[in-house]
Write a protein that binds this ligand. Structure first.
Ligand SMILES: Cc1cc2nc3c(=O)[nH]c(=O)nc-3n(C[C@H](O)[C@H](O)[C@H](O)COP(=O)(O)O)c2cc1C
Length: 177
């Protein structure tokens, strides 16, 4: 599917109704992860790890992202990418201490942004999830590091529309000095 950048950022939306019958092809998962791999990160540290969950594991992840009645739609999705935080190397740790900044969540956000945009170009529907039971996911997947985000990958249900974006006005977000 060819989309220019403006079309792409309108087409990428949080999908909350998945077709439970359609399975995401491995090649499409790989292509989405490849895009994430090429995202920029502070000191090029790439402090993230992607745990791809399909099949029975996906069913358990879907349960692990149920919080406060949110994310019920995930129960129909067959593929989740659980993004955990990698450890900083020496340079990253020193840089972050000196600057009093922790760039790891920023880097994860950028990687997930690339991932979801690439996925959109190949016809996948996505939803970034920040609501999940971190301990349950760590235990399920044997992860020792912090889990920061979960990305749902799938196909939108047939009647699912592309919504117009609801965003703050640019004036409210911007200043020129
Ligand atoms: C860090 C982060 C966490 C999010 N967590 C959830 C979530 O747990 N459940 C959900 O349905 N949507 C979640 N979203 C999706 C946002 O609600 C969504 O991006 C926002 O409302 C804008 O809508 P759009 O993505 O359709 O353009 C999350 C998005 C981000 C970036």
């Amino acid at each position: 599917m060819h989309m220019d950048f403006d079309e792409l950022i309108k087409a990428r939306q949080s999908c909350r109704k998945y077709d439970p019958e359609k399975v995401v092809a491995q090649a499409d998962i790989t292509a989405s992860l490849e895009a994430a791999r090429l995202a920029p990160s502070a000191n090029n540290a790439q402090p993230f790890h992607f745990t791809v969950c399909t099949g029975e594991t996906a069913k358990q992840v879907a349960v692990g992202v149920q919080t406060f009645g949110l994310n019920k739609f995930a129960l129909d999705a067959g593929c989740f990418i659980v993004v955990s935080e990698g450890r900083y190397g020496l340079l990253g740790a020193a840089g972050s201490k000196i600057k009093r900044q922790d760039y790891r969540s920023v880097d994860i956000g950028l990687a997930v942004s690339y991932l979801t945009l690439k996925a959109t170009t190949i016809g996948l529907a996505t939803c970034i999830l920040g609501g999940f039971d971190e301990k349950a996911l760590q235990k399920l997947l044997g992860l020792k590091d912090r889990v920061r985000l979960v990305v749902v990958l799938g196909y939108a249900a047939e009647d699912y529309p592309i919504r117009p974006k609801k965003r703050k006005a640019l004036d409210d977000l911007t200043d020129y000095r």
